[in-house]
Write a protein that binds this ligand. Structure first.
Ligand SMILES: [Zn+2]
Length: 378
């Protein structure tokens, strides 16, 4: 009996499996069958061979913060466009839908894309389907309805999204987060909290978060962020990190600053997860793609391994799906991304308009989603 696919001659980097080096990967029936020393698995035993010489082979990339609900939200973009087409096997929509539109999201997005689409459900029923101030009216939080859909769609709903910035909550201050936290505890899911312009005060937000909760836009360049005026980490952020609260990038149009990130690096703070917050308006810049965002971190001094960890095994852990995705382990789903260095320098820009030059940049070549090979186009 022949197996489906052998991925040959690539340089494997899999932080979740502590694996680095040249290996061949055997894939059958959508799963990882085994990892072999080069040329030890017979090509005669496989139906297809994918030769990826000079390429980097990593677990299927996971983007923890995207917006992929184009039919109901103004900002949404196609999941496959920012997913498998760009070397990303799993995207997690961050609050585009709440309980009201969940069925349409499942039917039109989750089921109609090749990319695995998961979600942080918006604590407010309308999500982002009726504008961007979904928490200005507390009546939009309907806990019974929310907890019901979470139960019904527990495979794809991996957490609850709460957007805690002034334009979203208006006069409601910290209240929406207090309500969301109680509900998240009840359904045993983590929160993803968007931070931005205060009020509410970041100190009050961070104080409510527990281990496993995610702060997205953690390195934004607006006032009232994780650093004080002297560039020191605020005490509440330090304590949150000690408790196991996770910092996510969530680049977006206006939520990632090289200056803040560089200062954080000097303080020894690394993002736990690197995500894009990609949507229609920022795919043409400054975000472009997850792989471009990864290149920015390499230009900032991160190692390739660190960047891959923050886009594979770490997000898989946040999603509580390490037994399925985020690592090329025997028995895991065969989600793999094939990347290549382009050796020319490139200018990259953050959300503040600051530029850095990367000496080389990563490009996605192939996406293997559940064992199926797809060619990337960006
Ligand atoms: Zn977002």
């Amino acid at each position: 009996m022949k197996i489906d696919l052998l991925v040959k001659n690539g340089y494997v980097i899999d932080p979740g499996n502590k694996m680095k080096g040249k290996f061949d990967i055997a894939i059958d029936k959508g799963k990882i069958l085994g990892i072999y020393q080069p040329n030890t698995f017979s090509e005669y035993s496989t139906k297809n061979v994918l030769d990826v010489s000079d390429c980097i082979v990593v677990p299927g990339l996971i983007d923890l913060h995207v917006h992929v609900f184009p039919i109901k939200t103004v900002l949404g973009i196609s999941a496959d466009h920012v997913g498998v087409n760009q070397g990303v096997t799993t995207v997690v929509d961050a609050g585009s839908t709440g309980a009201s539109c969940i069925n349409s999201f499942i039917d039109e997005v989750v089921k109609k894309n090749i990319t695995r689409v998961l979600l942080w459900i918006n604590v407010a029923s309308p999500g982002l389907c009726e504008g961007l101030s979904e928490l200005a009216d507390l009546k939009n939080i309907e806990l019974e309805k929310l907890e019901e859909v979470i139960k019904e769609h527990s495979q794809v709903i991996r957490g609850i999204k709460v957007r805690m910035s002034s334009s979203v909550v208006k006069n409601n201050g910290i209240k929406p987060l207090e309500i969301a936290k109680k509900s998240a505890q009840k359904v045993k899911l983590p929160l993803m909290v968007h931070i931005g312009n205060p009020p509410p005060d970041l100190k009050d937000i961070l104080s409510l978060l527990e281990a496993g909760d995610v702060v997205t836009h953690a390195f934004h360049g607006k006032k009232g962020g994780i650093l004080d005026e002297d560039g020191k980490l605020i005490l509440e952020a330090e304590n949150a990190l000690k408790r196991g609260v996770l910092f996510d990038v969530g680049h977006g149009t206006s939520s990632f600053s090289f200056k803040v990130m560089k200062r954080a690096i000097d303080l020894g703070i690394a993002p736990h997860t690197i995500s894009t917050d990609i949507y229609l308006a920022n795919i043409t810049g400054p975000v472009y793609s997850l792989v471009t965002t990864m290149t920015k971190f390499i230009a900032l001094g991160y190692s390739l391994e660190e960047v891959i960890k923050a886009t594979t095994s770490m997000p898989a852990k946040v999603l509580r799906m390490e037994q399925e995705i985020g690592s090329i382990k025997e028995g895991n789903i065969a989600d793999i991304s094939i990347l290549k260095w382009n050796q020319s320098p490139i200018k990259l820009v953050d959300s503040e308009g600051e530029e850095i030059v990367a000496e080389k940049f990563l490009l996605p070549l192939y996406t293997i989603k559940s064992g199926k090979v797809l060619k990337c186009n960006g």
